[in-house]
Design a protein. Structure first.
Length: 645
């Protein structure tokens, strides 16, 4: 438990764990707030936030729910933390364990070291979560809000006893994102989220190799915050849920929480909770997925023996035994389709390095789908014909297999009928991919359809994809579609695509439109506006960049500074020298994020190199600026990077 008293200037708002039990004005312009957390929790979850916040409050089941945002975002606070009360209800319900704390606050912080943090009763988020209503279009914060909320059971109530067991918290929280998507938006959205989780895990493996989920061999605790503890941890829970069924899965989570509330745990205690509820020995599952490393890589093929009516499934595990468990035990569901699209479901079990399994059928299969419900974590090596992928798109029951089919069909001429059908797919990501794979040259009817999609599709990503497709078509006049977009579109990413598209056909009109949009208080248009201003060469646009040099989103900082450099490099040496002084001030300001400081120094260096031949004296002055920046820098990472200058 904890007690915190904090004295601040009275204009500040404070937030800590637990409840604010008293506040006292001190008569000197300060105020003392007294926060008490009366339930025990881990010390790393202690927090204190101080700032000039607008606070929006509501309640859920007599629990205070509050949102601390910067004042200009007060009108959007409930949208920023969308569905918070509904999530509390949902997670409390599926776990049969009511939210265990006395409040749930969420607060925005500047320059936070990480994305978010599940401090008990008071979650911290970086400023990237803070958005206006237009920035939130198809870009809500459901994933991160669900993640941090679920930690209040898995992490805050029951805490892993060591960094090696971190997936007991982060894997659980990642899986909550899937559970929320499945409940709120349906299986396609959940499948899309799962697809991204698999991609994140495989990318982590490619970048840093494999290690067990429960990893006692980590070199530094930071090594545990990777695609294993998070992505793989959630994907493994999904397999366990599907193996045991929902009733046993959620009952086991309930037992785990009730048995270990306010204590620290290790993975075997999670295993025993599942075993106690299911009555099944799950050592095989935990040994291979939690205590061993890697994942299966399956080489799949099948043949049909018409004489004896047998479908022969060949499933060979070809993963590298140096960094993967050589053999995984895998319960697998197959879909076997006849020529009319009738589905027959078969359950098989893989437990050998090279496997041949015979399935009795009285028909020659027209299509076989391995892992029917998209449950397994594995890499697949499989060859299918264009016709088979077309059937897979039409007949598959899971999002993953529809997505895979359109991806594999690609730009193939024989698959275009299926790709066109996918323009009507219920999920935006498949519609967007179908647009990318579509052949529409010299097809006025298709141009008309895509023009309508660019203006009216339900999802902004599809509207953007339609514009990108149309702008590459010879003979098509995209201007009418762009005019409609600029007239009615609210989503900034679509406006950004429209601006880029207009710039291709009419630079003067694009410049006029960019000047009109420059005042929008969003970074989502900044890259497109910056590119147009950079190519204009107009010195008057330097001010646009300078207003944003230390506030532009870190996701866009490199592109934005590059555009600024290109515009600045077109100016006179004296203007360059003057503006370089501003960049030096940014580079020397230790209160600013490292990225701003680095890109400012890098921009000076690029300008210095450009002026070596044109004006060597100013180039020397710029070199002296860089030397001053290096001499005053103490951050080891920046000093290492500055060695290149």
């Amino acid at each position: 438990t904890q007690e915190i008293k904090i004295t601040v200037d009275d204009r500040f708002t404070t937030l800590s764990n637990g409840m604010l039990v008293s506040t006292q004005l001190n008569g000197d312009g300060t105020r003392t707030d007294y926060w008490i957390m009366d339930k025990p929790h881990a010390p790393y979850l202690f927090m204190l936030a101080i700032g000039e916040y607008a606070v929006v409050r509501e309640t859920w089941n007599d629990v205070e729910v509050s949102y601390y945002v910067e004042p200009e975002y007060e009108p959007y606070a409930r949208q920023i933390f969308n569905h918070t009360p509904e999530m509390l209800e949902f997670f409390s319900g599926i776990l049969d364990y009511p939210y265990p704390w006395n409040k749930f606050s969420q607060v925005i912080t500047r320059d936070y070291v990480s994305g978010a943090m599940e401090n008990t009763t008071a979650v911290i988020y970086g400023e990237f979560v803070q958005k206006t209503d237009r920035e939130l279009i198809d870009n809500d914060n459901d994933f991160i809000v669900a993640h941090e909320m679920f930690h209040h059971w898995f992490g805050d109530l029951v805490t892993c006893e060591s960094w090696a067991n971190l997936t007991l918290q982060e894997g659980m929280a990642n899986y909550s994102e899937y559970l929320w998507q499945e409940y709120k938006y349906g299986p396609d959205n959940a499948g899309y989220q799962r697809l991204n989780e698999i991609g994140g895990y495989l990318n982590s493996v490619q970048q840093g190799g494999t290690h067990p989920l429960i990893y006692f061999g980590y070199a530094d605790k930071e090594d545990m915050f990777d695609g294993h503890s998070y992505n793989k941890g959630g994907l493994v829970l999904h397999m366990l849920r599907k193996h045991l069924g929902d009733d046993a899965f959620y009952a086991a989570l309930n037992k785990y929480l009730r048995d270990h509330a306010y204590t620290a745990v290790e993975a075997d205690e999670l295993r025993m909770a599942f075993e106690d509820i299911s009555g099944e020995d799950l050592n095989w599952f935990f040994d291979q997925w939690y205590f061993s490393e890697g994942h299966p890589v399956l080489e799949l093929s099948h043949t049909y023996n018409s004489e004896i009516g047998e479908l022969i499934i060949n499933a060979d595990q070809i993963q590298d035994v140096e960094d993967h468990l050589p053999i995984f035990q895998l319960p697998v569901t197959l879909s076997v389709f006849d020529s009319m699209g009738n589905e027959y479901i078969e359950e098989i079990w893989l437990d050998e390095r090279e496997e041949e399994i015979a399935v009795k059928t009285d028909f020659a299969p027209a299509l076989v789908i391995f892992d029917r419900d998209d449950v397994l974590l594995f890499e697949k090596k499989e060859q299918k014909s264009t016709e088979e992928y077309a059937k897979q798109y039409r007949w598959a029951t899971s999002f993953r297999h529809r997505y895979e089919a359109i991806s594999k069909l690609g730009f193939k001429k024989e698959g275009q009928e299926t790709v066109m059908a996918a323009l009507e797919d219920p999920h935006f990501s498949i519609r967007a991919m179908a647009l990318e794979n579509l052949r529409i040259q010299n097809n006025p009817a298709m141009w008309k359809k895509l023009s309508a999609m660019a203006v009216s599709d339900d999802h902004s990503a599809v509207r953007s994809a339609a514009l990108r497709k149309l702008r590459n078509q010879d003979g098509f006049d995209i201007r009418p579609a762009l005019d409609q977009v600029f007239e009615k579109e609210q989503a900034y990413p679509v406006l950004s695509t429209a601006l880029e598209s207009l710039n291709r056909i009419d630079k003067a009109a694009a410049l006029e439109k960019a000047e009109h949009l420059r005042g929008e208080k969003t970074d989502m248009l900044a890259s497109s506006v910056a590119e147009i201003f950079a190519t204009s060469g107009d010195v008057g646009f330097l001010g646009y960049f300078e207003e944003k040099l230390t506030t532009i989103s870190l996701f866009q900082v490199f592109n934005f500074y590059d555009a600024y450099y290109r515009l600045l490099s077109q100016q006179s040496p004296q203007v360059i020298l003057d503006k370089a002084g501003h960049l030096k001030a940014i580079a020397l300001d230790r209160s600013l994020n490292l990225f701003y400081r680095f890109v400012s120094t890098n921009t000076i260096n690029r300008l210095k190199n450009d002026l070596l031949a044109e004006d060597s004296e100013i180039s020397k002055v710029l070199k002296a600026m860089i030397d001053e920046i290096k001499a005053n820098e103490t951050n080891e990472l920046l000093l290492q990077r500055y060695q290149m200058f």
